[in-house]
Design a protein around this ligand. Sequence first.
Ligand code: KMT
Ligand code: NI
Length: 173
Amino acid sequence: VAGGPELAPADGDQRLPHDSGRDVNEEELKNIGVLYYRIPDLSGVNALASERDYKNRDEITVSPAKMGDIYETKVRSFFDEHLHEDEEIRYIRDGKGYFDVRSKGDEWVRIQLEKDDLIILPAGIYHRFTTDEDNYIQAMRLFKEEPKWTPLNRSGDLDANEFRKAYVSQYWG
Ligand code: KMT
Ligand code: NI
């Protein structure tokens, strides 16, 4: 888990580490509503899922081998800054990747995830995802009912979104 500097969204090298050298600890993540766990086996994930009433899950592999021609487009679109109106839970099964989240004051914090890492992003937080230079990650996606991961891309209009407002008042207050 490490802090990263501001990255230009279209800088062409989103998969490079962009490590600022300033470490961010779990407490700082918790302060912006981001929960991080290291879970070595599936029984731990099952327990967390049942506690939170997450009944469903699937797995996604993000790699050129799995996605073919659409890989580059997909990785670009995961990297568009967005929010969701529900939590986003990802459990990394293999490979590595980066979740960038906006901290208080709107700075990017880059969270490197690898096998056995689980992350919970709260509804309303601005974030984005990218693979790294290895171009390979396999992740379990947990959800409650129907998957509801419609990304709402960042815009001034979203300031009025109720999930965004709830997030800001809870964590930036
Ligand atoms: C997301 O929400 O950005 C994704 O699901 C990306 C792949 S999961 C590591
Ligand atoms: Ni997302």
